[in-house]
Structures are given as C-alpha cells and as structure tokens.
Write a protein that binds this ligand. Structure first.
Ligand SMILES: [Zn+2]
Ligand SMILES: [Zn+2]
Length: 265
C-alpha cells in the first residue's frame, strides 16, 4: 500500500520537517540580532514573498514525496542498486548520501549552464536580499523538474525514501545556514567551508556578476566545488551587490511576476 510505505517511517519524516523549521526559526532570530548585511527593506516584507513562493512548492513536494516513496520501494525490489554491494549498511547509506549530494551539485551547475533551466533558477537569484527565507525561494517548476529527474537516479542507486529523508535532514539546515544573513567571523567561515558551503561562499554565489555567481554550487558539502574547479572566494563581501541586474527591481519582486518570469522574453 502506497500510504503504508509513505508513513512507515514517520519519525524520520517528522524529525526532518521539525529540524528544517527549528533551524529556520533559530537562524531568523540570530540573523536579526547579528546581521552581516543591513538591508533597507523590512525583513518581514522580504520574508512574506519568499514564504509565499515556498508555500506553493509544498503543494508539489508533498504529493511527490508520496509518489516517490511508492516508486522507490517498488523499484528496489526489482533493482537493488548499491544494495547489491558487499558493504556494511551504514557504508551503503553514506555512499548513497554522498551520491545524492554529488547529483545536487551537478543539477545546480546545470541550472547555471543551461539557458532554459536558468530561466527558472534565476528566480532564486533575483532576490536582492539574502537571508534564511531565500533558501526556500525556488520557482515551482524548478522543484518539479528536480523531483522528476531525481526519481530515476534514486532508482538506479537503489535508494529508498529513507535515504531521501536522511539527506534532507542533513542538507536542509546547511542550505538554511549558508543563505542566512548571520554574521560569523572570517575564521569561523574558513572552518565551516572545509566541510560545507559556508555563508561567505554562498553570498558570492548570489553576486550580481556572472563571473562570481557561476561558482560555489555545493548544497551540503563543499568538496565538489573544490574537486570540479568551481570553488571561489574573495575578501570584503560587505559591499557585495546581491541579485540580478534588471531582475531584482522592486516592481519585479512580486509573487505573480516571479512565477511568470521564466515564460517572458
Ligand atoms: Zn544558483
Ligand atoms: Zn542560493
């Protein structure tokens, strides 16, 4: 039964959603107390737009989670993928998590290097302010295409819905952290980016300059950027201009304008 598969691991699901929410709220409070940038726009107004975009995405993510749980369980019985390797179950899980993160790196890079995909991904980049709510701002069609593409990949790996949830549990707090407007010292940022894409790395990824925003694609781990030559860092990011020329104008930062933007010339 589809519903049995979907709800068979409720603890992990609730823990994953709870962690996303708790980290989001915590970072929102900390970045309010100790911000890196001092945006002129009211934080609540900025959050309102990004949360509206995110709410729309939930309408896709919830049914796609149910469908994915069913498809992955069916597929694993036919093709175990990594399950066939003579490895300890923990090693198999780590391998699958690493491969999912590698896919996320490649998918993000593809979004920057393909004109059609950039039309959707640029909605994430047209945010002229960066805070924790920016981590949930994606065009719903980018989410839909991403979900559709990850399904055959997960099937090939023999990944189950528990791997998808486990990956989200680790990855979501990291992307919330590197989007947040939290001010940490350069030494702390250097330490963080040894393992994860740090706030400074991701701020540069939201630079208006294409030479800078075509870099630092990592989601959970920074190793892929180092490995594939897309790691970029420079000092003095306090003056960095975020967003995209012509796209970040206040008139274009409205829900309907953002949703229809990929279909406009
Ligand atoms: Zn990007
Ligand atoms: Zn981002």
């Amino acid at each position: 039964m589809m519903s049995e598969i979907f709800f068979s691991i409720p603890d992990l699901r609730i823990f994953s959603y709870g962690t996303t929410l708790a980290c989001g709220v915590l970072l929102w409070i900390i970045e309010g107390l100790n911000p890196f940038f001092f945006p002129e726009k009211r934080r609540s107004l900025h959050a309102k737009l990004n949360l509206s975009v995110a709410a729309l995405n939930l309408l896709i993510l919830l049914p796609s989670g149910i469908l994915m749980a069913f498809m992955l369980e069916w597929s694993r019985n036919v093709w175990p993928g990594i399950g066939m390797l003579a490895l300890h179950p923990v090693a198999k899980t780590i391998l699958i998590i690493l491969l999912i993160d590698l896919w996320m790196y490649l998918w993000h890079r593809l979004n920057h290097e393909t004109a059609l995909l950039w039309r959707f991904h640029s909605i994430h980049h047209s945010d002229a302010i960066l805070d924790v709510t920016s981590s949930w701002r994606f065009h719903f069609l980018e989410i839909l295409i991403s979900e559709l593409l990850r399904l055959p990949l997960f099937m090939l790996m023999g990944a189950g819905i528990e791997h998808s949830l486990l990956y989200s549990l680790f990855m979501t707090p990291v992307i919330e952290f590197h989007h947040s407007n939290i001010s940490i010292s350069p030494a702390q940022d250097r330490l963080a980016r040894l393992i994860i894409p740090s706030p400074m790395m991701h701020r540069l990824h939201h630079s208006r300059l294409r030479s800078e925003h075509d870099s630092n694609y990592g989601s959970m781990l920074s190793v892929w950027d180092r490995l594939f030559g897309s790691f970029l860092m420079r000092d003095n990011l306090e003056e960095l201009r975020l967003g995209l020329d012509h796209e970040s104008d206040p008139g274009k930062q409205k829900l309907f304008a953002l949703l229809k933007r990929p279909f406009c010339p």
